[in-house]
Write a protein that binds this ligand. Structure first.
Ligand SMILES: Nc1ncnc2c1ncn2[C@@H]1O[C@H](COP(=O)(O)OP(=O)(O)OP(=O)(O)O)[C@@H](O)[C@H]1O
Ligand SMILES: [Mg+2]
Length: 333
């Protein structure tokens, strides 16, 4: 793999200057300062634990937060928060059984923190139409809150990726084991191509991006660097815009269930590979220890942050939230 990475490095442009980061405009929101999304490709890697914990930690700093279960079909974020399933969920929103999304917004009992629970009728995120997805995102964007935090489902369906891309701070979580790392790369690659595909400034080369998104395409575009080379040859001006668009894609990474130093170092390796292979600036937010208190908290139906407030895991979550506030305070979409 190293050989591939090095040869690709020669082809990719220099992405070290990220000044284009703030350029893409996001539709005006009433009050929402930011959306954070927690995804990762694989099931059971701690997305719900992390989304709920970030939400509690951010709300404890006095911000109003709505945490949203976008794991449609496998929704269980309420359990991570120690709650029973609320009466109204996204199922009711999609089937117009409630007058607005606000009717699905429920207090968690934690000050400043509300939840919108996911669909319960196995709707499956892949089955949400583009119209419903847009309707949901528009409704979410008009909620009256400081922060929205999305708990995403496993997999790389377009809808999950689009929810991820709609955030200002997109967090990928993985376990330090080969299957999870592999899935995280798949998620990053899908989100990366989809981000380029959705960029209106790249309309001229959309056909090539579409080809690249099919991993077995006949033009042999296998990697982002192949795509960049093709675009540079056919349309040098678009290649400049492509480079800018790539610079706007900055996912963050959390390694969960770390037991050893080499587990922690997985985060640095993924960051390095993403830079060399995709040209992506990925920020490693840090790791969370494997901690058996997590299942104890779940069995007691209590959030980890409230049940074991002095654990290292909770301290690391609080530190991550402070980092996010400090580093990405001004990040617009
Ligand atoms: N740091 C940790 N230490 C110990 N156990 C953990 C840790 N993080 C998560 N777990 C356990 O792993 C399981 C999966 O966690 P969680 O439900 O948050 O993952 P998920 O990615 O949201 O899963 P799904 O894809 O099914 O929604 C839970 O049972 C939780 O108790
Ligand atoms: Mg989950």
């Amino acid at each position: 793999m190293d050989g591939t990475v090095n040869s690709l490095e020669a082809v990719l442009p220099d992405y070290s200057n990220n000044s284009a980061f703030d350029e893409v405009a996001r539709p005006p929101a009433r009050r929402i300062k930011q959306i954070w999304a927690v995804g990762g490709g694989k099931g059971g890697v701690g997305k719900s634990l992390i989304a709920s914990s970030l939400a509690i930690s951010a709300s404890r700093l006095g911000n109003s937060v709505v945490v949203v279960d976008l794991d449609l079909g496998g929704a269980n974020l309420h359990t991570a928060l120690g709650l029973d399933l609320p009466k109204n969920t996204l199922s009711d929103f999609f089937s117009d059984r409630v007058p607005s999304l606000e009717a699905c917004r429920v207090q968690t009992g934690i000050q400043h923190l509300d939840i919108i629970s996911g669909a319960q009728d196995a709707i499956g995120v892949a089955n949400v139409s583009d119209v419903d997805k847009t309707r949901l995102l528009t409704a979410l964007n008009s909620l009256d809150t400081d922060y929205l935090i999305f708990d995403l489902g496993a997999g790389t369906t377009f809808n999950t990726i689009d929810f991820f891309l709609s955030s200002n701070v997109g967090i990928i979580t993985l376990l330090p084991e080969p299957t999870s790392i592999e899935n995280a790369y798949r998620f990053i690659k899908s989100a990366y191509f989809r981000h380029l595909r959705n960029d209106p400034k790249l309309l001229e080369v959309q056909a090539l991006i579409d080809v690249a998104m099919d991993s077995r395409n006949e033009r042999n575009i296998r990697t982002p660097s192949d795509l960049f080379r093709e675009v540079s040859q056919s349309n040098p001006e678009a290649a400049v815009r492509l480079k800018r668009s790539i610079a706007c894609f900055n996912p963050k990474l959390i390694v969960n269930q770390a037991r050893t130093q080499s587990d922690i170092d997985v985060g640095y390796s993924v960051k390095t590979v993403c830079k060399k292979y995709f040209g992506i600036e990925m920020d490693y937010l840090g790791y969370l220890d494997y901690d058996s208190s997590v299942w104890q908290a779940i069995r007691r139906k209590r959030p980890m942050l409230l049940e074991f407030p002095n654990s290292r895991l909770v301290m690391n979550i609080d530190r991550m939230v402070q980092q996010i506030f400090k580093r990405y305070n001004n990040v617009k979409k």
